[in-house]
Design a protein around this ligand. Structure first.
Ligand SMILES: [Zn+2]
Length: 218
């Protein structure tokens, strides 16, 4: 069922379809998003998007919906690249190499998703700023956590690049972290993302990740 849907969405566009990138007259042989595109534009767009996501994954926690949509994107890139390299023997060596490279990048991003699981988890914490003259402390909770950091609600104004201290209620552990983004959620609360500076596995996730079996095809 799922395979049929995927095959229809990523299948070869009709022979008359042309690449929809402006100024490109080449016949479409793939799709990127909903657009029919030529193989050159497919490769360019897919590689750029995979690289962007790999960079973003290092600093920003994903919620469950994003995780699912990223997995679908990776599966679609892989499936199209594999189909193109198997079905069409008219591509030159360079294009074949790029298709293989795309599959490897997609696989690498998929592994990164597994290595750094982003979990929606509400851990109560104390959040502190300890800069001289600008110190404050507030009680808050996390929205998402990963081995490298967390997304959390913060009532104080902070700038990306600032250093904060997180203290876990209960275990009492503390860790220094750098603010990597600051934005507002749908309820008008300030959500910040932090990356740990000197602490690994603050949330004790790696033990849980090792005992959890990866989802099939993930
Ligand atoms: Zn094109």
């Amino acid at each position: 069922m799922e395979e049929q849907t995927l095959a229809r969405e990523v299948g070869t566009p009709s022979q008359t379809a042309h690449c929809e990138v402006e100024g490109c007259e080449i016949a479409a042989s793939a799709r990127f998003g909903a657009r029919p595109v030529c193989i050159e534009h497919f490769l360019n767009s897919a590689v750029r998007e995979l690289d962007d996501r790999a960079t973003r994954l290092k600093i920003q926690p994903l919620d469950a919906d994003e995780l699912q949509s990223w997995k679908e994107f990776i599966a679609e890139c892989t499936s199209q690249a594999q189909r193109l390299s198997q079905d069409d023997h008219s591509f030159d060596k360079r294009t074949r190499t790029r298709l293989l490279d795309l599959v490897l990048r997609a696989s690498h991003l998929s592994q990164s998703l597994r290595r750094s699981p982003r979990l929606q988890a509400a851990h109560p914490i104390w959040l502190r700023r300890e800069d001289p003259g600008r110190s404050w402390e507030e009680e808050t909770w996390t929205s998402t956590v990963s081995e490298n950091g967390a997304g959390l609600v913060c009532r104080h104004l902070v700038e990306p690049g600032s250093t904060l201290v997180l203290c876990r209620k209960g275990p009492g552990d503390r860790a220094r972290a750098r603010v990597v983004y600051c934005r507002y959620d749908g309820d008008g609360r300030r959500q910040i993302g932090v990356e740990f500076i000197d602490q690994n596995d603050f949330w004790e996730l790696s033990q849980k990740a090792r005992s959890a079996k990866p989802a099939p095809g993930a």
